[in-house]
Design a protein. Structure first.
Length: 179
């Protein structure tokens, strides 16, 4: 698997990964109507706008197989709204179900975090549905649950959890060798 910068040609594949991942990850968490109403075309529009954003250009990376199939995506930028403790935000990370558990998530987050650090944003924040099993993934990577807030989706009130890293450089910097 290879992690690389995403470009406009990747938008249809990114949209497929996002929609398909939502439908597997959030089944039983989000109302069925929300998942049924997801569309590739709508997600393509969202990602087209995101990649064209010159005011707050995102760091967007894809994970692809040896044959060039995109199986994961992650993006980040400055926190919206601005957060004084965490300057960078992991805005999205999606990996197709069949490719989870092989280290791609960590590699994608590391790529985004490193790009944001190069822009002077060393802290990292990610918002995730509190019922999402990925919460354990963020905790294993050293993220601390620092915020909670309710969100309305499809007529249901859900809880969002904010996981933060005050200094995200540890996400891509290997630990020092023992002496």
């Amino acid at each position: 698997m290879r992690i690389r910068d995403a470009g406009p040609a990747d938008i249809p594949a990114i949209a497929r990964v996002v929609v398909d991942t939502w439908r597997t990850t959030y089944r039983g968490i989000l109302p069925d109507e929300v998942l049924a109403n997801l569309s590739y075309a709508q997600r393509e529009q969202v990602w087209t706008r995101a990649l064209a954003n010159q005011e707050n250009p995102p760091a967007v990376y894809v994970a692809e197989t040896e044959t060039g199939a995109v199986v994961g995506v992650a993006s980040g930028g400055r926190t919206e709204p601005p957060d004084p403790r965490y300057g960078g935000e992991l805005a999205a990370i999606y990996i197709l179900d069949a490719h989870q558990g092989h280290g791609l998530g960590h590699r994608l987050i590391a790529a985004v975090a490193q790009q944001l650090a190069e822009r002077g944003r060393h802290g990292l924040l990610v918002w995730v549905l509190a019922d999402n099993p990925a919460c354990r993934f963020y905790e294993r990577l050293g993220g601390r649950r620092v915020y909670e807030k309710p969100i309305e989706m499809g007529g249901a009130t859900l809880l969002l959890a904010g996981y933060g890293w005050a200094d995200a450089t540890g996400l891509w910097t290997p630990p020092a060798a023992p002496m």
